[in-house]
Design a protein around this ligand. Structure first.
Ligand SMILES: Nc1ncnc2c1ncn2[C@@H]1O[C@H](COP(=O)(O)OP(=O)(O)OP(=O)(O)O)[C@@H](O)[C@H]1O
Length: 558
């Protein structure tokens, strides 16, 4: 088993245990160096967050000290939340008594940007004397040009403490006005979901059969390095230069290290600290970041990886509550064709859920959960068009999802479509099947946002299916979510590291912080034997196998 698969399996098994100190003592957030009033506010805003996790205990003080950090822990273990809290506690950078942007938080998509924004908003809302929101946090995402209009002027008039943005929007701004982001004054730069934003390929081995494919992929990256690389190359240009000199003149740096003056050059460069985070950091990416990118200050970097302790011997996807009350995630795969629906072969029986399980939450009216959802409507003219154009979706697959949703989902589920799928069309077709479906939009969509801001545990009389694509799912935290449906093998027809990681991130929208949940992958049944190489079933089995997950039968389809 690969290292990342192993750590995922192990860490999943251990999830829910990480808040317990090894010595049985618990450090508080205040012990980590966070300001008391800030700690009080975020404890009021997030009453369930009592103690920092082990990884938060490591990386929050390191960030406050100005170290670079390479952070990896399982999905839903509080990485992004901890990063936001740490950045809020950093002192503001100022030049000639005027505020500068202190931290840049780079995220892969706008929904994640708004999620982090709402977390900060929630903290400020309960503060005694909150400063104006825009002085603390602003969001810059591509939005039909407004980031270059209103967004840019707000940014320049009142630079925020934390600027959250997507790489493309940030590069657009920098190109239109190289002073707008005040890059030379930044104190921290965070890249969340770094493996998604900075693409790398495994090192080439001429002996391996995939040598040619790897080489091609590498050439493609060289020709189109991607905008996050471009942005980091700009911000860390001076560090890159120094790191290159260091590579060329190792003797000089050894002398400096012996004389204990190595910290000096990087610090004098005045480059910000760099924090890179993801649940899936493969070795080739880590090698690139350390040896080739030149972005990191190698003498001042902390690597933090989540708890790798194996519990109960090994991971079993059908396992239920562990000793600390964390629930397991149940993974199912169903294959659909016009002849019917079946579970993947080898799927085992689910373990009985405890009476405290999902669905036992407080019953609330849909109106209480949603701030009424008039914003998700599919435009009349557009739906007329839909009736005259061929659907890209397999009707059997959508019907299977609709049925599974209707029989099993108590409140909210997420459907993740392949990256380039037409989202509104899927919403329309699901509605035709009687499903309360909405495109996930944490900015203007009240449906998505109310789920984000609600505390979870609700049961709705009219459950909702939020629909997103692979490109807009990473990092999202929807506390009420109990089910994730996945249409097709993630990341295209081939099974490789990327598809395994994509599965980890999509599945990771449930089971967060030991909450449990169900992940149901729906595949078109090619009616091939699942032992046959290349069949849909065999591909899915390879993905689950690499993650040490045994599929569980989705019983309504027995
Ligand atoms: N110390 C804590 N105690 C309890 N809950 C926490 C703690 N820290 C974060 N959480 C909660 O855990 C959930 C997941 O947090 P977050 O989104 O930061 O995870 P993540 O590790 O970044 O996930 P992903 O890898 O999917 O991006 C959030 O609902 C957050 O409020």
């Amino acid at each position: 088993m690969s290292r990342s698969a192993e750590s995922y399996a192990d860490a999943l098994a251990a999830q829910g245990t990480s808040i317990v100190d090894k010595e049985g003592e618990r450090a508080t957030f205040k012990d980590l160096g966070l300001h008391a009033p800030m700690t009080a506010s975020f404890r009021t805003a997030f009453p369930n967050i009592l103690y920092p996790t082990e990884t938060q205990r490591e990386f929050i003080p390191a960030i406050l000290e100005g170290k670079d950090v390479l952070l990896s822990d399982v999905t839903g273990s509080g990485k992004s939340f901890g990063l936001v809290i740490a950045l809020l506690n950093k002192p503001r950078t100022k030049a000639q008594n005027a505020d500068n942007i202190t931290s840049l938080f780079i995220v892969p998509h706008r929904d994640l940007a708004y999620q982090l924004f709402h977390w900060i908003q929630k903290v400020l809302n309960v503060s005694n004397t909150p400063p104006p929101l825009s002085s603390v946090v602003q969001v810059l995402v591509r939005d039909g040009g407004s980031h270059l209009g209103v967004g840019l002027s707000t940014l320049k008039e009142q630079p925020p403490h934390i600027l959250i943005g997507t790489p493309q929007a940030l590069v657009d701004i920098h190109r239109s006005d190289s002073q707008a982001l005040q890059l030379s004054m930044l104190s921290s730069v965070v890249v969340d979901e770094v493996d998604y934003l900075v693409e790398t390929v495994p090192r080439k081995d001429p002996q391996k059969s995939f040598y040619k494919t790897t080489k091609k992929a590498e050439q493609k990256i060289q020709a189109h390095p991607g905008v996050t690389r471009q942005l980091l190359d700009i911000i860390f240009a001076r560090r890159k230069e120094l790191n290159e000199r260091r590579r060329d003149e190792p003797g000089l740096f050894q002398q400096r290290r012996r004389a204990n003056i190595l910290d000096g050059p990087m610090r004098r460069l005045g480059t910000p600290q760099l924090i890179l985070s993801s649940a899936t950091l493969r070795t080739h990416l880590k090698n690139y970041l350390f040896d080739e990118s030149g972005w990191l200050d190698k003498d001042n970097v902390l690597k933090v990886a989540g708890n790798k302790v194996k519990r109960n011997g090994r991971l079993s996807s059908a396992s239920h509550q562990n000793d600390d009350g964390a629930k397991a995630t149940q993974h199912s795969v169903i294959l659909v064709s016009e002849h019917g629906i079946r579970n993947i072969s080898g799927a085992i029986l689910p373990v009985e859920e405890s009476s405290e399980g999902e669905g036992s939450g407080q019953r609330v009216s849909p109106e209480a959960v949603f701030a009424l959802q008039d914003d998700g409507d599919v435009d009349g003219k557009v739906s007329e068009n839909y009736s005259t154009t061929r659907s890209p979706f397999n009707p059997n697959a959508l019907e299977a999802i609709a049925t599974a949703f209707a029989v099993d989902v108590p409140s909210v589920a997420l459907l993740v479509l392949p990256a380039s799928s037409p989202l509104q069309r899927a919403v329309h077709e699901l509605r035709e099947l009687g499903i309360n479906a909405y495109g996930l939009d944490l900015h203007s969509g009240t449906a998505g946002r109310s789920h984000l801001l609600s505390g979870g545990e609700a049961v709705s009389e009219n459950p909702t299916l939020l629909v997103s694509t692979l490109a807009t799912t990473r990092g999202l935290d929807l506390p009420e979510l109990t089910h994730v449906f996945m249409l097709g093998i993630p990341e295209g027809p081939k099974v490789n590291g990327r598809s395994v990681d994509a599965y980890v991130h999509i599945a990771g929208r449930v089971g967060r912080f030991g909450r449990g949940g169900k992940v149901i992958t729906v595949l078109e049944d090619d009616e091939k034997d699942e032992k046959e190489v290349g069949s849909e079933g065999s591909k899915m089995k390879r993905i689950l196998g690499r993650l040490e997950i045994t599929p569980v039968r989705f019983e309504p389809f027995e």
